[in-house]
Design a binder for this molecule. Structure first.
Ligand code: SF4
Ligand code: SF4
Length: 365
């Protein structure tokens, strides 16, 4: 018998069955106000910690999304009052933590992002933008996976031993759906990491838009930018951190090209695999807790600056220490209501690289 075939048979027969992860669930049916969600979220967190015998760290950031201006279905701060009270009562230091996005708008850099968080009422805790003023604060986490050897994670999140990841479960244009894994990947990544997942190319300067202000030069740690008659970025030096893209107010730094657009539109499974490799980087070795709110479930994401109508009625709140299990439980619950989001293959990929398990035991409280 050929040696490879023999080894394959051994692997097959001795393959470990996937582990079963516990997902705790608080059902919510019908319309509910955010202030009434708050005590239920607290009860679920307390039950989970108690039954799983988890001793929380002394400092736990709350990772969430402040919602794009104009969006009305993101999770508002009233949902989290009970959780914040619980942390305070147990002398656990906390803060709201988020990263800036790659595209323009009010979540583009720290200054604008802080203003948006305040305008949306996230004032009960200090707000920390984990990747710095312009996305320059990052840590390269080694992963050695199919698409990446390193993933660029926002420094404050990379350094936190335990994060409470609060996610709104809903659809997403590119990822198919967004929950704990999407938060872990795109949400924990630095601007450079986001760029690497979205397009995998280095930025370019559009000379016809460049005002020669040199702001980008002052931000570029790698001295990769030359501003002049023909401004350009030296891609040998550029590490794709995104700081120049973020700082340029004239939209002269571009991350768009035909090849990147093609890749984003037609190779979504690669995009989703890349997301999961970033989720691995953000999850591996941490004691994170993942709480998904399957409420006001929309087909679009909270980053879309427009009101949206939910496509599925409210389901409830899920919590687990396994981000794959908690997302799978939400995905299944939404599918049981007749709405199958795209992107289910990312759960299998996440399981294959050991981010977590698709097998879960649902424990209703
Ligand atoms: S910040 Fe923008 S406009 Fe200013 S020099 Fe750089 S590319 Fe040109
Ligand atoms: S040129 Fe590259 S390394 Fe320099 S700021 Fe822009 S993305 Fe970062």
């Amino acid at each position: 018998m050929p040696r490879d075939l023999f080894l394959m048979m051994i692997k097959h027969f001795y393959r470990k069955p996937p582990t079963m992860s516990k997902v705790y669930f608080k059902p919510i049916t019908g319309k509910i106000k955010s202030c009434d969600v708050s005590p239920l979220a607290r009860e679920l967190l307390e039950t989970f910690l108690e039954r799983e015998k988890i001793v929380p760290e002394k400092k736990i950031p709350l990772k969430l999304h402040f919602g794009e201006r104009g969006n009305r279905t993101y999770l508002g701060p009233e949902n989290f009052s009970g959780i914040i009270d619980y942390l305070k009562e147990h002398s656990i230091e906390s803060c709201y933590m988020e990263t800036s996005v790659l595209y323009g708008g009010e979540r583009f850099n720290r200054e604008k992002h802080l203003k948006l968080a305040e305008d949306h009422g996230f004032t009960q805790l200090p707000v920390i933008i984990a990747d710095g003023a312009h996305g320059e604060e990052a840590v390269d986490v080694p992963v050695n996976l199919k698409h990446y050897r390193f993933c660029s994670i926002a420094r404050e999140l990379a350094e936190a031993p335990q994060t409470l990841v609060l996610s709104h479960f809903k659809g997403h244009m590119l990822a198919g759906f967004g929950g704990a894994l999407k938060q872990l990947s795109m949400g924990f990544a630095s601007k450079g990491g986001k760029m690497a997942m979205h397009i995998g190319i280095k930025p370019k300067i559009w000379n016809f838009l460049c005002k020669k202000c040199n702001l980008c030069v002052s931000r570029c740690e790698r001295k990769a930018i030359t501003i002049g008659k023909h401004s350009f970025i030296d891609h040998e030096k550029c590490i794709g951190c995104g700081a120049c893209f973020s700082i340029c107010q004239h939209h002269a730094v571009s991350v768009l090209s035909l090849s990147s657009l093609w890749g984003t539109l037609f190779h979504r499974s690669h995009f989703r695999e890349k997301l999961m490799e970033y989720a691995y980087a953000a999850h591996h070795g941490k004691k994170n807790i993942y709480m998904n709110f399957a409420l006001s479930i929309t087909a679009g994401c909270d980053c879309e600056p427009r009101p949206m109508i939910p496509c599925v009625e409210n389901i409830g709140i899920f919590i687990s220490s396994d981000p794959v299990a908690v997302d799978t439980a939400c995905y299944d619950a939404v599918a049981a209501k007749g709405k199958s989001f795209k992107g289910v293959e990312q759960l299998a990929y996440a399981e294959s690289i050991k981010v977590g398990s698709r097998q879960y035991e649902l424990i209703e409280i």
